[in-house]
Design a binder for this molecule. Sequence first.
Ligand code: XMP
Length: 537
Amino acid sequence: MDKELVLVIDFGGQYNQLVARRVRECDVYCEIYSYKTPLDKIKAMNPKGIILTGGPSSCYEEGAATCSSELFELGVPVLGLCYGAQLMSHVLGGKVERAANREYGKTDITLDTTSALFGGAAGLANADILQSMPAETTCWMSHFDYISKLAPGFKSVAHTDSTPVAAMENVERGLYGIQFHPEVLHTPEGSKMLFNFVRGICGCSGDWRMDTFVEDTIKNIRAKVGNGKVLLALSGGVDSSVAAGLLSRAIGKQLTCVFVDHGLLRKNEGDEVEAVFGEGGQFDLNFIRVNAQERYYGKLAGVSEPERKRKIIGEEFIRVFEEEAKKIGAVDFLAQGTIYPDVVESGLGGESAVIKSHHNVGGLPDFVDFKEIIEPLRDLFKDEVRKAGLQLGIPERLVFRQPFPGPGLGIRIIGEVTAEKVVIVQDADYIYREEVDKAIAEYKAANDGKEPAWMPNQYYAALTNMRSVGVMGDERTYDYAVALRAVKTIDFMTAEAAQIPFEVLQTVMSRIINEVRGVNRVFYDLTSKPPGTIEME
Ligand code: XMP
């Protein structure tokens, strides 16, 4: 597929994936590459535009991340963001210096709205699509260094009280710089600025759309797989479900999905996955459900150390999958639901430190007899995977499922896992999610579809390993305490407790105590991350 491409050149800043996501939201395809990528490779990719990201360096220091001045002579528009803007100035003959004080946080800014970045149309062929914005607005600043002297040919097109060059342009050369961060939500007009750059200044037509992605991917899978057989480990999570949907539409029964029910799924989840992908469901494929609950509970008996539990659950998954794969025999392809952040975070895309080595299905490739890996979602961000899922007709409750860890309830039951505890946590968690979902729906219905400020990004009930004394009727009880967790987070690296309304928590508490046997106390977890983690173990 020959689609228009914008390159996001990564200088190691924290918002770089967000920059790429915002560009994709403008229906423009982009990829993240390290600043070390050779110029020849950049040229060969024939980009329609280039964005230089933020980064932690000071461009005037020895050994700082840099780029060649030739990057600005390719005849392709370039937009520098924060460090990227400073570097552009520095390389092209301006001056960057350390300011007396760091400028950080939401900042009032004045924009020159004659600049195409800010919706002014002077001289642009496709000026009619530019999005306009007010001259006085706010932006998100985070910098020590500032551009103290513009490079020749540039003019300043925005300023704040302490930053004379908050944005700059050299229209003749198609070069633009923004000192603040248009990619974050704290810059309310930021998405429009990025739109104006990629769609207006770079002239991208907006050919990156999920309906065409789905059609093209189905064609590509058919061409690649031919008559071959494909095996996929289906977890019921968003990524593997969408991968299964795409593969099924492309090659039907040449696809076999193995779904391992490890007995640590949420209430009814195994049956829900089977209803969508199993016999009588909407997809044509071979679906194998392995009910391995007893095996897992056996392996986990007596084990309470969190990492040991994780390891057992991961290893057992490989054993079970390997046995099923042996029954099927050699396959041509092993499919994985790898998505773009996995690629970037494993160090293959940008400049970000390797955060986690990527093993989407826990080392499966070493244990299955196959010729090649196939990863149909490798280019997509999570929100794009969801859109593709909707295109494929996968039910919304699956597509918008909140993140659920691979080891499942195994790490939401503190201490030893037993079949009895699994039922308790499943029932408590079901009630909690039901009540929170109901409260969210009611809020939306009363507020024109707007989400509540307390809308959590992940919420679940866990079973603490603590038992305490209570009284029920006239009898003394000695039962477990359930902990409720709900967090607000963007990147899951930091999080804070969501302020679920107290009435909702009270309803949940009384339902859990009344409906779930073995529980006599309910706690709400207020801990942020850090110092806590989102999961309990
Ligand atoms: P933590 O607990 O590290 O969670 O703050 C951050 C995000 O990662 C998920 N998580 C896991 N996902 N296997 C997974 O597939 C795991 O072992 C695991 N541990 C945590 C967690 O649900 C949250 O979204």
